[in-house]
Design a protein around this ligand. Structure first.
Ligand code: F6R
Length: 442
């Protein structure tokens, strides 16, 4: 797709071009008028720039607004980052003012984040707006000469000991707020808007047969298929059907699997771990090779390294052919809980009260309480699966199902992002479909 970039900052422009070009987008270099950043939040400014650029060029236009939010300064400089010291874009003066205000603040209270909102406006009026952040700390003095803005005083958590200005462009693009936001945008541009296929079936057993057959048929056609798997009650009948199909001759010998999530601070072999769940519900009933089954390590010491390891393993397997999902009563997929922004790759998540309430019954009688954290695949990762099958049954899921299928695409209902995927099949029973206004045919 040919995109126009709505920015006059040459360094930012080069960075945006560097990130977007390899993702398959041509960039049209057209002169654009200046836009006054009157928005109070990053998204508003990104949208103002993108709307103006799209109006002037009649091409899809990408605008961004980025800034630094410092906790000890109650989120300042925020949307005023580029003009913090008065003149727009005077990096040295902005940094000097920031360091001055931070004088005497100890390391543990220097937490901050770079935030980036990107907005793509299309000539037909459609728009995609996304936000991503990069967590870190404010250094005591500038270090490094790369990048721009506050880069020399921002120490990203993901690159311990280095400021953003000391990182190579490749590393910066991987962990920066702008890199993450643009990668998500590229993903959305690739996917476009498509309708999900919704099938309502009488009960969870029939759904299990349908989904289990669909997966088993895929494996028959592609014996080395890569499957993304879920835990919880929703996929159990599906796994039973896959086991039955194995007894009838389907071989899973060459199949590779990647599980969506795993609890933190729970031994792998614990009866409540998702490792155990998968062995009991599926792996011990089919001929899969256990070394072909992959999980996130909930007990890893370094979440970022673990996330990268998992992404690399999926990539090395050739990507996920089919991802099986359930949905939380709060709209979560994997353990991507309702949030301010869609996530990208795997990460460590604090589970919400609603998820803890929903899953706690599984820990009754256990020697440990329900964990408060988990490692989960990110939304971007889930969306990269070539095909997605989601199962929801029971009235407790009706609200989340309605929001997923008929609500706006918002990270407040993470499953709603599936509206952007080109190949999603949703299996529902009537109770889970009860609130849909557009009643699908049984
Ligand atoms: C499980 C997972 C979760 C569940 C969801 C629904 O690996 O990632 O998103 O799919 O919480 O759980 P059940 O099916 O137990 O209602």
């Amino acid at each position: 797709m040919t995109l126009v970039l709505a920015t006059h900052n040459a360094k930012k422009r080069a960075e945006l071009a560097r990130i977007l070009a390899p993702l398959g987008h041509d960039l049209a270099d057209l002169p654009l008028s200046d836009v006054e950043e009157t928005g109070l939040i990053f998204e508003e400014n990104a949208r103002l720039k993108a709307e103006s650029g799209c109006r002037e060029t009649s091409l899809p236009c990408v605008g961004d607004d980025s800034g630094l939010c410092v906790d000890a300064l109650d989120g300042a400089p925020g949307v005023y980052s580029a003009r913090f010291a008065g003149t727009h874009g005077d990096d040295a003066a902005n940094i000097a003012k920031l360091l001055d205000l931070m004088r005497g603040i100890p390391e543990e209270r220097r937490t901050a984040r770079f935030v980036c909102a990107v907005c793509c406006v299309f000539p037909d009026g459609k728009e995609i707006t996304l936000r991503a952040a990069c967590e870190g700390k404010i250094a005591f003095a500038p270090m490094g000469t790369g990048g721009f803005g506050y880069d020399p005083v921002f120490l990203p958590d993901e690159a311990p000991g280095y400021t953003m200005a000391q990182l190579s462009p490749e590393i910066k693009d991987k962990l920066s707020h702008r890199g993450k936001a643009l990668a998500l945008l590229a993903e959305n541009l690739r996917l476009g808007d498509t309708a999900m296929k919704v099938i309502v079936l009488p009960d969870k057993e029939v759904i299990g047969q349908a989904a289990g057959d669909l997966i088993s048929d895929l494996v028959s056609q592609k014996p080395d298929a890569v499957l993304g798997l879920a835990t919880g009650s929703s996929p159990v009948p599906t796994y039973q059907r896959m086991a039955a199909r194995h007894r009838e001759g389907v071989s899973f010998q060459k199949v590779k699997t990647f599980n969506l999530d795993e609890y933190c601070d729970l031994p792998e072999a614990h009866e409540n771990s998702y490792h155990t769940f998968m062995r009991e519900q599926l792996f011990s009933h089919i001929d899969i090779q256990l070394e072909n089954t992959h999980f996130l390590d909930g007990n890893c010491a370094d979440e970022v390294a673990e996330s990268e390891r998992f992404s690399r393993a999926i990539e090395a397997a050739g990507g996920i052919d089919l991802q099986l999902l359930g949905i939380g009563s709060n709209g979560h997929i994997g353990f991507n809980e309702p949030a301010q922004a869609f996530t990208g790759e795997a990460f460590k998540v604090a589970l919400t009260d609603s998820t803890i309430k929903d899953n706690s019954p599984n820990f009754v009688g256990s020697d440990v309480p329900m964990p408060r954290y988990a490692m989960t695949m990110g939304i971007g990762q889930i969306l990269r699966a070539r095909r997605i099958v989601l199962i929801a049954t029971g009235e407790a899921k009706a609200r989340a199902v309605q929001a997923m299928l008929e609500g706006e695409v918002t990270p407040q209902c993470p499953a709603s992002v599936l509206q952007k995927h080109p190949d999603v099949t949703v299996y529902l029973d009537s109770a889970a479909a009860a609130l849909l206004s557009d009643q699908p045919v049984e």
